[in-house]
Design a binder for this molecule. Structure first.
Ligand code: DGI
Ligand code: FE
Ligand code: FE
Length: 401
């Protein structure tokens, strides 16, 4: 097999990386090219950087629809700096009969002599140098490649790539500045960055201890004792899921705390609140008025609990029915509501609890299908938003099994 290796921090991965990978795959006829994110040296500045798990997640997302390109976690869990000669040496041992191509950029080539043990690098792999197609001094590059090939008795090959004017630093800076549209970032990766609030400077929902205590105090007064206990269970489960999936913890906790805040009102009070605040009551909410507390809750959270974070309000708004294409926080609150420690009646509860920490979408689709079945058995009307949510997630394994 011909195997390519492209290392980097991939913080985050972008179209420039993908472009090099595709060019190497096609021009060198590689069977597979591995994108290999670097580990995390302990002293590294952790600000504005994504933890290694997330860098790996993003690489996996970027390659998921690509033929012959894959993520490779060979270095990422190491805490020490990995020298290329060591990694390639190990890989050569792993794949003694395969031909390895190590990819580097044109600018790295100039420092190649000063890399640690370049001879060992060359003994393990051929070096493929990604060069810009429009680079003017191709002649010089070819000269260099020839010189290096002779010096290290190895194969230094040029691969011509289109220039993609982007860098990870540029992307991080743009996101920190709050820019919405980022070019040359794979769509799925961009979505992941937004969902997890990576690289954002202004973590606007860093809600303080004081505010959280104040919310708790109010809720304790408004809610029945058992509802308040449920609320605390949902909040801490939200926090645990946020740890698992990489979401700002305070925001998740707050969303959990407030998800049922409208349950302090009777159904009649909720209906009146809707009339007074121009909140439309849908046909299915007329038939199943207990659904209203989600909408009313989002409104109360905003006006009575001073939450101005749209993501938190959205998660409260849809915590009962779900909605198509839920955000990460939507899913966290929806699932936490179902699995918090006080719950005990649902049929597959233990399974859903386990699934929640393994695969969030699996847990979501299990809950959706179990809820639908439960409602159908009880002859309850099913809300149109619930139906749309099911339609959106029905192809995920776990649904209706
Ligand atoms: O407020 P909680 O009791 O903590 O939980 P919740 O907001 O998820 O409400 C759960 C109830 O809502 C439960 O009895 C199932 C019901 N429900 C969920 N989706 C629908 C629904 N009821 C109807 N009629 N239609 C739905 O689509
Ligand atoms: Fe609820
Ligand atoms: Fe609830």
């Amino acid at each position: 097999m011909k195997i390519g290796i492209l290392g980097g921090s991939f913080n985050p991965i972008h179209e420039g990386h993908m472009n090099i990978a595709r060019a190497a795959r096609d021009l060198l006829g590689l069977d597979i090219i591995y994108l290999m994110p670097a580990g995390e040296p302990p002293h590294k500045d952790r600000d504005f950087t994504a933890v290694r798990f997330m860098r790996l997640d993003m690489v996996r997302l970027a390659v998921s629809d690509e033929q012959g390109i894959d993520a490779f976690d060979f270095e990422i869990f190491k805490d020490e700096k990995c020298y290329t000669y060591e990694t390639l040496g190990e890989l050569k041992k792993l794949w003694p009969n395969d031909e390895i191509f190590f990819l580097i950029g044109e600018d790295s080539l100039d420092y190649f002599d000063s890399w640690k043990n370049p001879k060992e690098i060359c003994a393990a792999a051929s070096i493929a140098v990604a060069s810009r197609k429009d680079s003017s001094d191709k002649g010089t590059l070819d000269e260099k490649l020839k010189r290096y090939s002779a010096k290290y008795k190895s194969n230094f090959i040029r691969i011509n790539c289109d220039d993609v004017p982007v860098s990870s630093t540029m992307i991080r800076e743009k996101i920190a500045e709050g820019e919405e549209s980022i070019v040359f970032l794979p769509r799925t990766v961009h979505r992941y960055i937004k969902e997890h609030h990576l690289y954002e400077k202004d973590l606007f929902f860093d809600i303080g201890d004081e505010e959280i205590s104040e919310i708790k105090r109010k809720l304790k007064k408004k809610l029945k004792r058992s509802r308040y206990t449920h609320t605390l269970g949902v909040a801490s489960t939200c926090e645990a899921l946020a740890m698992r999936y990489g979401y700002p913890l305070r925001a998740a906790f707050t969303a959990g705390l407030l998800h049922d805040c409208a349950k302090g009102m009777t159904i009649d009070e909720q209906k009146r609140y809707c009339r007074e605040h121009d909140i439309k009551i849908s046909e299915s909410e007329k038939k199943a008025p207990w659904l209203l507390h989600a909408k009313v809750g989002a409104d109360l959270a905003s006006f009575k609990y001073s939450i101005d974070n749209e993501e938190i309000l959205h998660a409260i708004r849809y915590h009962t029915t779900g909605c198509p294409d839920m955000t990460l926080l939507d899913k966290i609150v929806f699932i936490a509501d179902y699995i918090e420690p006080q719950r005990h009646k649902q049929v597959r509860l233990a399974e859903v609890r386990a699934a929640a920490y393994i695969d969030i979408d699996l847990a979501l689709s299990m809950i959706l299908s179990d809820t639908i079945r439960y409602l159908k058995n009880g002859g309850a009307p099913i809300d149109e938003t619930t139906l749309k949510t099911c339609e959106f997630y029905k192809d995920i394994k776990g649904f209706n099994t």
